[in-house]
Design a protein around this ligand. Structure first.
Ligand code: UD1
Length: 420
């Protein structure tokens, strides 16, 4: 298993180009199942989760080509409606093929999803929504089987603005005859990008003034030619890495409006943040990092995916700061590893109370999920001396060329495969 070897203590300096969004690319690639027409999706990052999604599309019968960030999806044969466990267990978002498959074939067989071990992560909100469309749900040999004689439009109020459920139900409704209204939906930028992609396929979807998603189902959708938005979580991670190392970094090709709350909090923490239409520059105003409390929340609140990298920054604050996780129930697995690197953190239910320390110390630590892994890399970049971050296959799920991008910013970080 690959690990990172980091010799920390260097300030990150320079320019970094931000990749296309993983979390927008995944559902947009899945939306290609809604049509037999050719689809071209550009700015797709080269990541493990993307490769898994491509394998799922191929397994279902699509012809997929991935070259230099451009994915071309064409019909090869009649699509299958079952996905194998080997693929689904690698990525929880695999369950999102259920919506498009139901819409096209009124049936899908999907193993219970796997993915990051950051909580129970049930799919009950998806299921309740599908039931309103007239879908019958059963469990057979570890698979969720969703089937319908006829799909009907519905008014669905989500019990929580789940990103995945919003996407799954929206993709499904885009081919259900009649008007579907989804309320209490996720408003993440990735959802808006999927809406844009679906519209380019001919879908009739609007977000009304009450924030509801209204879908008038079409009999058929066409192909698409879509470029995905910048990855706001990758953007936030590099911003936080620059801040924690007291560096000076310009991030290009990003969307600063998708990271507004993070940038506000960084200003409160004492950093200089300059934004342009598609770039962010972050540098220090003083040596001291002010403590700032955060709570994660659905967009436009503080992104749960940036909670772990933010925690690494707050571990170095002058004073004490609270980090509350209100989206996932088990998303502090990075905290014990940060403590091994010298951080002072006490977890009380969903809140981490952090007392700032002068710096992290080098250590061998283990990534246990994607964003938690990024938090450990940030700590390793700060710690003077040699740190190792093990199990970086988690990090490879979501960060394109992380070691190359960080090296270009002056970090000493190398990938090492003990078995090679
Ligand atoms: C997506 C993102 C993930 C991000 C999360 C929240 C992708 C590939 N993943 O995940 O990076 O952290 O949004 O912004 O885009 N829940 C239920 N029942 C359900 C669905 C969700 O209880 O049926 C709960 C989950 O357990 C979790 C919370 O709702 O506690 C948020 O989940 P959700 O918004 O669905 O996250 P994902 O779509 O899985």
């Amino acid at each position: 298993m690959d690990k990172f070897i980091i010799k920390g203590g260097r300030k990150l300096k320079g320019v970094v180009e931000i990749s296309g969004s993983k979390n927008a690319s995944l559902p947009i690639l899945m939306a290609t199942l809604l049509t037999d027409e050719p689809c071209v999706v550009s700015r797709v990052p080269d990541l493990r989760d993307i490769r898994t999604t491509i394998e799922i599309l191929k397994e279902l019968g699509k012809n997929v080509n991935y070259n230099n960030g451009v994915v071309t999806v064409r019909a090869k044969r009649k699509l299958k409606t079952a996905v194998s466990h080997d693929l689904v267990k690698q990525m929880r978002a695999s369950f999102w093929v259920a919506g498009p498959l139901l819409a096209r074939f009124k049936k899908a067989v999907i193993p219970l999803p796997g993915g990051c071990a950051i909580g129970v992560r049930p799919v009950d909100i998806h299921i309740k929504g599908f039931e309103k469309f007239g879908v019958k749900i059963s469990m057979e040999k570890g698979n969720i089987v969703v089937k319908a004689k006829n799909l009907k439009p519905a008014k669905i109020i989500l019990s929580f603005p789940s990103v995945g459920a919003t996407l799954n139900l929206m993709m499904c409704a885009s081919l259900i005859n009649g008007t579907t209204v989804l309320e209490n939906v996720a408003r993440e930028p990735e959802v808006e990008d999927v809406i844009k992609a679906l519209r380019s396929m001919g879908a009739d979807i609007i977000i009304d003034e009450k924030g509801r998603i209204i879908i008038k189902g079409r009999a058929k959708l066409g192909g698409m030619n879509h470029t995905v938005i910048a990855d706001r979580i990758e953007t936030g991670t590099y911003i936080l890495a620059a801040a924690a190392t007291r560096g000076d970094v310009l991030l290009n090709n990003c969307a600063p409006e998708h990271n507004e709350i993070l940038l506000d909090y960084l200003r409160d923490a004492g950093f200089n943040v300059e934004i342009d239409e598609s770039s962010v520059r972050i540098c220090c105003r003083s040596k001291k990092i002010n403590p700032v409390n955060i709570k994660t929340a659905p967009f436009p609140g503080f992104a749960t995916d940036l909670q772990a990298p933010w925690m690494s920054l707050m571990c170095l604050c002058a004073g004490s700061a609270d980090v509350s996780e209100d989206i996932f129930e088990n998303r502090f697995m990075h905290a014990p590893e940060l403590i091994r690197m010298g951080a002072n953190i006490v977890i009380d239910r969903n809140t981490a109370q952090i007392i700032g320390v002068k710096n992290f110390g080098p250590a061998v630590v283990m990534a246990s999920d994607l964003r938690g892994g990024a938090a450990l890399v940030i700590a390793g970049l700060c710690a003077k001396g040699k740190s190792e971050v093990e199990r970086i296959y988690h990090i490879d799920r979501g960060y394109e060329n992380m070691e190359k991008k960080l090296s270009a910013l002056g970090a000493s970080i190398k990938r090492f495969n003990p078995a090679a």
